[in-house]
Design a protein around this ligand. Structure first.
Ligand SMILES: CC[C@H](CNC(=O)c1ccc(S(N)(=O)=O)cc1)c1ccc2[nH]ccc2c1
Ligand SMILES: [Zn+2]
Length: 260
């Protein structure tokens, strides 16, 4: 593709050229093998205090669709589980494929889900800014939620109805009063391991918390994500935004722990 050639839209296998950490010791995503995960009785449940969260906008950053939150205080935090501090919600975004059978970043015993939602949080107790936290080994905590296809998700329409406003890379629009609690599955059982950002700059700064249970969305709802474009309004090439997922990376001896 000309965009690939232009080096703008680089494929995951080429990222190591500019970001050598792509071959690092704690890269994400990974394939999670449930029976090889160690059940850790010291792992408490995760607690999501999102009731006073303030969503601000929704945007297309050329990699995904992102909903950003006001992270100037501790109004919406994740805590507990593997986390030593509360981590502030900064944004959430999605990864998806071009057909239902692939699209998630983490896989479970080699199986992909149709999509994966990432709620990105940062350690504001230890670090002053997100950018500083994003380069620290315990700087970020990302909550991963798998999306399965089936019936319509009763609340996802609030997001999919806004996607036409952010079709092009670089577009942004107001997106207020959205609480991501409505996107959680019934159980908060999880796997957790030390990993990285799954897109450049691939910083090894993420404590991953991946929920075991998926949420269900319809093919129709997922199809609306695929009408987003990787390209900006001014570009003559129109590239549909799909397959924006990085494949699983080597575990390199890491332990995956499981909540009870
Ligand atoms: C430091 C990275 C940051 C942009 N990226 C992210 O915030 C991010 C967050 C989560 C994930 S995932 N899929 O793992 O959940 C991937 C990327 C970022 C922030 C500010 C910046 N200024 C210039 C470049 C730049 C990059
Ligand atoms: Zn992500």
């Amino acid at each position: 593709l000309s965009l690939l050639f232009l080096g703008w839209l680089t494929s995951p296998s080429a990222w190591h050229n500019k970001y050598p950490v792509a071959h690092g010791s704690r890269q994400s995503p990974i394939d999670i093998v449930p029976h090889q995960a160690s059940r850790d009785p010291n792992l408490s449940q995760i607690v999501l205090n999102y009731d006073r969260c303030t969503s601000i906008n929704i945007s297309n950053n050329g990699h995904s669709v992102v909903v950003e939150f006001d992270d100037t205080d501790d109004r919406s935090v994740i805590q507990g589980g593997p986390l030593d501090n509360p981590y502030r919600l900064k944004q959430f975004h999605f990864h998806w494929g071009e057909k239902g059978c692939e699209g998630s970043e983490h896989t479970v015993s080699g199986n992909s889900y149709a999509s994966e939602l990432h709620l990105v949080h940062w350690n504001a107790v230890k670090y002053k800014t997100f950018d500083e936290a994003a380069t620290a080994p315990d700087g970020l905590a990302v909550l991963g939620i798998f999306l399965d296809t089936g019936d319509d998700h009763r609340w996802l329409h609030t997001i999919t109805d806004a996607l036409y406003m952010v079709k092009f890379k670089g577009s942004i629009t107001d997106f207020k009063d959205f609480n991501p609690k409505c996107l959680l599955p019934s159980s908060l059982h999880y796997w957790t391991y030390l990993g990285s950002l799954t897109t450049p700059p691939l910083h090894e700064s993420v404590i991953w918390i991946v929920l075991k249970d998926p949420i269900t969305v319809s093919e129709k709802q997922l199809g609306k994500f695929r009408m987003l474009l990787f390209t900006g309004e001014e570009e003559d090439q129109r590239l549909r935004m799909e397959n924006n997922f990085r494949p699983p990376q080597p575990l390199k001896g890491r332990k995956v722990r499981s909540s009870n």
